[in-house]
Design a protein. Structure first.
Length: 279
């Protein structure tokens, strides 16, 4: 995948391929986040303990892409994106004034599960990626930058919550466009992080706003742990009271005329879809 990426050309930069390979060895630093994970002890019992797990902070990925890899997005595309988003009433675009359109770069977060095969066998892993909404390489898979991944069998109900808390912290600093001045828990920084604290995230002073959060049904199920709700069950929608039952099976598909479901408001969503325990 990385080798393929090295052959891409970014618009307006004839030396993009060379620059990618020149700076690739300076890739974003891998940090660790403490998350609760399951494992089988010597007695054969499944227990949970906190362990450090690798993570690449979103703000460090963005710093690497724009300052080290010299990724470029045409200004007219950025301007058009914010203009249309604001025109069509997207709430997250309303606070950005026209003179700041080119200052904000839209980013996305994407969650997915996959089966990974190695020489030692295969296992299911769950991963979180970030992407640049307006950067479109030849293959979409090369526009996803891994933030966090973990085998599903190691996950507890709170594993992803701990990782997402760290990701939100990082995205907030990406939005402000500066390196953190303290760690995720308010602790003092050390090493390179201490040297970079408070400095602009990119040379051009970009700020990054999350405008897309994506994932399939299984991903949302893992995140919210929808209570008594499954895509192929009776209660199949997490956001409304639609049901997958009928005396006529054909009525379950695209029959909008007899559709009488009601969307949940926040209170109804919490009452009907969020698990009553271990939130």
């Amino acid at each position: 995948m990385t080798r393929k990426l090295g052959s891409y050309k970014l618009k307006g930069n004839r030396n993009a391929s060379r620059n990618w390979w020149r700076h690739l060895s300076k890739g974003p630093e891998v940090d660790h986040v403490t998350v609760p994970v399951k494992f089988v002890n010597e007695d054969g019992a499944t227990v949970v303990q906190n362990e450090p797990w690798p993570i690449i902070d979103v703000h460090k990925i963005l710093h690497f892409l724009f300052d080290d890899a010299e990724l470029q997005i045409p200004e007219e595309i950025i301007h058009e994106y914010w203009q249309k988003s604001k025109q069509f009433g997207e709430e997250w675009a309303q606070h950005i004034s026209e003179e700041n359109y080119l200052k904000f770069i839209p980013i996305g977060l994407y969650g997915d599960s996959a089966r990974v095969r190695t020489t030692f066998g295969s296992e299911n892993v769950i991963s979180v990626y970030c992407n640049l909404v307006l950067w479109r390489p030849k293959s979409v898979r090369f526009s996803r930058f891994l933030v966090f991944t973990i085998p599903e069998e190691r996950c507890t109900a709170n594993t992803l919550t701990a990782a997402l808390r760290r990701i939100v912290w990082s995205c907030n600093h990406a939005y402000n466009g500066v390196f953190p001045t303290a760690g995720p828990s308010g602790q003092n920084l050390s090493g390179k992080d201490a040297q970079m604290q408070g400095l602009p995230l990119t040379k051009k002073g970009f700020q990054f706003q999350v405008t897309e959060i994506r994932g399939d049904w299984a991903w949302h199920k893992k995140i919210f742990r929808f209570h008594k709700c499954q895509w192929n069950g009776d209660k199949m929608c997490p956001f409304c009271d639609a049901r997958g039952l009928s005396d006529k099976w054909e009525e379950c598909y695209w029959n909008l005329e007899s559709n009488n479901h009601q969307d949940f408001d926040l209170s109804a969503f919490l009452a009907n879809r969020i698990p009553p325990q271990n939130i």
